[in-house]
Design a protein around this ligand. Sequence first.
Ligand SMILES: [Zn+2]
Ligand SMILES: [Zn+2]
Length: 140
Amino acid sequence: MTVNLVTGKCLCGQISVSVPETILKQSKNVGLCYCKNCRQTGGCLASYNLYLPEKDAIIQGEPKIYLDSNTTNGQIIQRAFCENCGSPIYGRNPTSSRLIAVKLGIFDELTKPSIALFCKDRPEWNRLIDGIQDYDIMPS
Ligand SMILES: [Zn+2]
Ligand SMILES: [Zn+2]
């Protein structure tokens, strides 16, 4: 069986990520994160992530990795971004899961998320999206 891949690119095109279309299209794999670290790293209200097994994400080019140790549980998160244009590419916790959070904003296809994390940090004027599960912090 051939796997249909969809590719997203950073703003300058130097880094690309390819993921299976079947994973990309499923809302259950997509989430928003309103934590302050995500806000700062993206300059945005929330990060918009596709969660998938690392082995399913094909990364081309060499993103720069920032080791973010200022996290709520003290675990270091690798935050990958394009050194040239600054686009966030993915986030990854090297110690716990084998999941990677690919920044979905670099793709053309914008799948509806199914969850929102760290909603305690979401500003009141920003309404939640209908039909998505929101968590104050991170579900354990
Ligand atoms: Zn770039
Ligand atoms: Zn976050």
